[in-house]
Every structure is written in C-alpha cells, then in structure tokens.
Ligand binder design. Structure first.
Ligand SMILES: [Zn+2]
Ligand SMILES: [Zn+2]
Ligand SMILES: [Zn+2]
Length: 382
C-alpha cells in the first residue's frame, strides 16, 4: 500500500483500502451507514463525481452485452402427470379435516361412499431475479488518522468497485467507501474546536447544588455538606470542564469526508399457479408444497418452451419479459432461477345421506378444501 500521501502515517489506519483489500474485508463495517454528509459548501470536487449533491443517487449499471442462454430441456421421457390419490388417502385426509374443527360432525368421513376421484394436478411456475443496485452519497465520519486517499489516485466509478455478493437470492445491503474520494475537513458542528458548550452549566462548569437549592444551608440552618456551603457543585455532564466533546467529530475537530457506495441486493419473485378452472381456488396453491419438475439457474434464464402444458411456457415467457423490462436498465441482474413444480390436486366426489358432495385434497401435505361441509353442528341437524 502506498503510504506516501497519508497525512498521518504514525497512526494505524482503522481499515484497509477497499479497492486493495480483499473485498470481503473491504466492506466497511464502521458507522458508515449512519454517517452524515458534510454541508454542501464543504463538499470537495472529485473527478467523476462532480455532480453528486446531497442525498442518495441511484447509479444505473453500464449496459452489458450478454448472450441468450439456451432454453432448458424439459426431459421428454418424464411422466408429467400423476394419478389421483388413493381412496384410503382421501378418506384419511377428510377425517383429519373434520377433526380440525369442533363444529364439524365426524360422521361424513366415516360414513361416506367415495364415488369418484379425479386428478386435477396443476403447476406452479416461479421466476426469481436476483439484482444488485448501487447508489452513492457524500458521507463523513470523525477523523482518527484514517487513510486520506483523495489526492493519490482517480476515484473508480460506482460499478468499477468489486464487492462480493454475500448470498445469492437473499436480500441484503452493505456500504463501501469509494477509494480516492477521502479528504479532511474541519468539523462544521464545532468550528474545528472538537468540543461544544455544555448546555447544563452553560460553560461555567458548575451548577446549583440540588440538596440545598443553592442556598448553602439546609432547612435547619446547618451548612450544606454537599456543596460545603458554596451553593454550587461541579457539573456532572461536563465534569466541571464547561464543554463536552463534539458529537459530530467525536472531539477530533476534523472530519474525514468521502463518497459512500451503497449496495443493495434484492431477490425479485414472480409466481404463477396455473388455474385449471376446476372450481378449486387457485390462491390456496401459492404456498402448498409441490414436487420440483424443473429447476433452471443461470445468469439469465431463457423462457421454458417445451413444457407439455402450454400455460407454463406462456407464464415463463411473460415472467422473463416482465422482469427484463423491470430490471435490465435500473440494476444489474446477477442471477436468475426458474422452477416448475407439480402440485397434486384431487377432486373427490362422495355420497353421504343420499346426497353427493365434493372436497379437494391438495399439496404434498394433503390439505383439504371444501366449499360446504355437509354436517356442521351450528347449521345442520344430522
Ligand atoms: Zn466537531
Ligand atoms: Zn457542564
Ligand atoms: Zn448545597
């Protein structure tokens, strides 16, 4: 590391140069995310960042040329559809369902006659687009002898800085100091003094004695032994000094000003469950457990084209188009993942007390859904 331009190289720098350090340790873990910007008139000019005013500025990534990946191959020999569940399983699920509410009679699951079981399996398509956005902001922190690198090189662009991704498909954010943007400024809060006047004692260092209310004597006319009859005691807030260390510069009198890069990782999710219009409310299937038929991960995924159910191909095309329009210019797409899951749904027809009814068993959990339970204690006499 070139230290010739350090203003103070006696002190150990508190952090490594982000551009030179391993990117994992280069991420600044100090008070960076809370640091405040210096007043506008104090902001120095940094080549490449001349127009950076107060506040955050989103920085769209430079356009990247990419090659379209190939569509994922949906294995042709695979049996996509699975048969309806067995009668025993349907009955078991319905018994469980009836016992979930005290209001439901236990008779229908015990006495029913199953007449038909129909497989109405459907698919859930999910696209995840993992993106990175970057923004820049002026920030400052107390100067403790950190590396001052504003003069010894050219500041890299916001997207030229390498920061490793903590975890794919998980939301997170971090702050990094941009190299070659740091300079030292006097503290604007305390006018470089490093201290501010104590509010409690108004710089006198002494406050009224609270035991004798400043009289010097107690009610029985004895000399106050707290203030020894003086009526005033040492100020606790400033220990009698009359001033307290400045909060902004933590008593240093100087601030390190720099441009902070804020990086945000977001997992954007698109989910669609294919509606088979079987009378089953498709919303219930959003969180039901299914069986993964296809999992495809790439820098950019290509729409599924060869899935036997055309509505899944359409959903994939629509999802990818939508995410591309939404994210391709405003942020950097780091990774995409698409999955197709088979969600088992069985429509069960049964007869009970000379009437026919329907319930559905869905998901790997064998959840039950029915619009009308035939024997509720509050509304039906059974
Ligand atoms: Zn200060
Ligand atoms: Zn004081
Ligand atoms: Zn006193």
């Amino acid at each position: 590391m070139d230290k010739t331009h350090l203003l103070s190289d006696q002190d150990e720098p508190k952090y490594d140069h982000p551009a030179l350090a391993n990117t994992a340790t280069g991420q600044w873990k100090g008070s960076g995310l809370e640091a405040t910007a210096p007043p506008p008139e104090e902001i120095p000019a940094v080549p490449g960042y001349e127009n950076l005013g107060p506040g955050y500025h989103d920085v769209p990534p430079p356009p990247v040329g990419f090659q379209h990946p190939q569509p994922p191959a949906a294995s042709p020999n695979r049996q996509w559809d699975i048969p309806a569940i067995s009668e025993d399983l349907a009955r078991e699920a319905f018994v469980e369902y009836a016992s979930s509410s005290c209001c439901y009679s236990k008779k229908p699951p015990k006495e029913m006659v199953l007449t038909d079981l129909q497989a109405l399996n459907t698919y859930r398509y999910r696209l995840e687009t993992f993106t990175e956005t970057r923004s820049t902001e002026w920030a400052s922190e107390p100067y403790n002898g950190q590396l001052v690198d504003g003069m010894n090189g050219v500041a890299p662009g916001p997207w030229d800085i390498t920061v490793s991704v903590p975890a794919l498909f998980q939301d997170s954010e971090t702050g990094v100091r941009i190299p070659h943007t740091a300079s030292i400024k006097g503290c604007h809060s305390c006018l470089n003094l490093g201290k501010s006047a104590c509010n409690r004692c108004v710089t006198s260092g002494r406050i009224q004695c609270e035991r004798c209310n400043g009289l010097g004597f107690n009610t029985d006319q004895q000399r106050c032994n707290r203030c020894q009859g003086v009526g005033r005691v040492k100020c606790r807030d400033c220990s009698g000094v009359g001033s307290t260390p400045c909060n902004t510069c933590q008593g240093r009198g100087q601030l390190l000003c720099y441009i902070k890069l804020k990086i945000k990782w977001t997992n954007n999710i698109y989910v669609q469950v294919m509606d088979k219009r079987s009378g089953f409310p498709v919303d219930l299937l959003e969180f039901a457990t299914g069986e993964v038929l296809l999992a495809d991960m790439n820098a950019l995924v290509y729409p599924v084209v060869s899935f036997p159910d055309e509505s899944v191909n359409t959903a994939s095309r629509k999802a990818i188009q939508e995410h591309q329009a939404q994210f391709s210019t405003s942020c950097r797409v780091l990774q995409q993942r698409q999955t197709i899951e088979l969600i088992p749904v069985t429509r069960v027809h049964y007869a009970w007390k000379e009437k026919t009814h329907i319930f559905f068993v869905y998901g790997a959990e064998h959840n039950v859904f029915t619009k009308e339970y035939p024997a509720k204690c509050c509304c039906t006499i059974s």
